[in-house]
Design a protein around this ligand. Structure first.
Ligand SMILES: Cc1cc2nc3c(=O)[nH]c(=O)nc-3n(C[C@H](O)[C@H](O)[C@H](O)COP(=O)(O)OP(=O)(O)OC[C@H]3O[C@@H](n4cnc5c(N)ncnc54)[C@H](O)[C@@H]3O)c2cc1C
Ligand code: SF4
Length: 333
């Protein structure tokens, strides 16, 4: 590991100024991803600007009936919050499937959203990787891509986004609040346009729409009348803590055997948490049956471009979607 400085600024403005003015500086939150990447040599900041004592760390109801979650809230506290558990179970369950108890005690909401991909080549500095070293190539397409993207990738990168929390927040239409050198702004977590995350295209090194010095301060979940009827299902290679092979976040409003409305997002299939809008359009107003749930999954997966070793995700996603929507329809009708 290279030598680096450590700064605890007095306030958010000082933290933003410290990172804005120094290209090698970066924010430090719980450190559970950043410090690992520093040990691997993937990240080499020359200054860590600690924001853990500065970021909002409370969960508050909004006037509209949603929730505003401070970016400094620890993952454990988010998952345990009674308002999250009762009102937005998809979010509580997604967070609880991530990492381990100790890691969730350290990890923050802001850091979770900005954790880096687990692509093996990205984490191995002896290998080329367009995301780590732009223009160096993408060995994953012809190499180990079993767990990489089937949607939204490009010839330059097929990495998947690793966060479980982000998938639930995408389904819930969450908005990310940012403070930066240009002032405050808010962006949706999931596009289609102007969201927090970018698809790789020919610049896989640019993962978000954040600029240098931009600090996530909070995440806001708007009210959703049927959010109580929501769930998160994660398929992984082992039952102890592991990243998703595929995950699905869903919320449905079903009455009289008909889907009145649905929210669906899929994880570990794309470089971003994938909001399944094509599937949602198929579901709206249709019978709450396995046949229509399968058609909805098919509509979304029609856009997929799997590689030889990850084509199995097509069947896996379809099966999880059909089963989850069936369970939610049973619970919500
Ligand atoms: C063994 C292991 C297993 C894991 N399993 C899972 C899993 O199954 N699912 C899952 O979702 N995650 C998993 N994780 C990842 C874990 O959830 C993340 O490491 C954690 O959420 C990151 O939060 P942090 O506060 O520690 O971020 P940090 O490591 O401090 O920061 C991560 C990045 O975000 C930036 N950053 C942090 N906060 C802000 C902010 N407010 N504004 C702007 N930039 C910011 C930092 O500069 C850094 O680039 C696992 C991690 C480990 C080590
Ligand atoms: S998929 Fe992306 S992160 Fe993985 S090696 Fe290719 S460019 Fe790097």
């Amino acid at each position: 590991m290279r030598p680096f400085g450590y700064l605890t600024p007095p306030d958010l403005g000082g933290a933003i100024a410290a990172v804005t003015g120094r290209p090698g500086a970066t924010f430090l939150a719980g450190g559970t991803n950043l410090v690992d990447l520093m040990k691997l040599g993937v990240a080499a900041p020359d200054l860590l600007v600690d924001v853990t004592g500065l970021l909002p760390d409370r969960i508050e109801p909004t006037a509209a009936g949603g929730l505003r979650i401070g970016a400094g809230v620890r993952n454990s506290d988010l998952a345990a919050d009674p308002r999250v558990r009762a009102g937005f179970p998809v979010l509580a369950r997604a967070v609880l499937t991530g990492a381990s108890g100790q890691l969730r005690n350290m990890a923050t909401v802001g850091g979770n959203l900005l954790q880096r991909t687990r692509c093996l080549y990205f984490q191995d500095v002896t290998k080329p990787c367009n995301k780590r070293v732009p223009g160096s190539g993408c060995p994953a397409r012809a190499g180990d891509h079993r767990n990489l993207a089937i949607l939204g990738g490009s010839p330059h990168c097929v990495a998947t986004h690793p966060s479980d929390m982000a998938v639930a927040l995408a389904a819930l239409d969450a908005v990310v609040h940012i403070e930066g050198p240009a002032g405050p702004r808010a962006v949706p977590i999931a596009g289609p346009f102007g969201g927090l995350y970018r698809l790789p295209g020919d610049r896989p090194d640019r993962e978000t729409t954040l600029e240098r010095g931009d600090l996530i301060t909070a995440v806001e979940i708007p009210p959703l009348a049927y959010a109580g009827n929501s769930a998160y299902r994660k398929v992984r290679d082992r039952t102890s803590y592991a990243f998703a092979v595929v995950s699905v976040a869903a919320a449905t409003d079903v009455a009289g055997g008909v889907v009145r409305d649905a929210r669906l997002a899929i994880g570990a299939v794309a470089p971003v948490p994938w909001r399944a809008r094509a599937a949602e359009r198929v579901l709206a107003g249709r019978p709450a049956t396995s046949e229509w749930f399968g058609r909805a999954a098919d509509a979304e997966l029609a856009m997929a471009s799997p590689l030889p070793d990850n084509a199995f995700k097509l069947t896996l996603v379809r099966n999880v979607v059909v089963r989850m929507l069936g369970e939610l329809a049973g619970a919500g009708s």
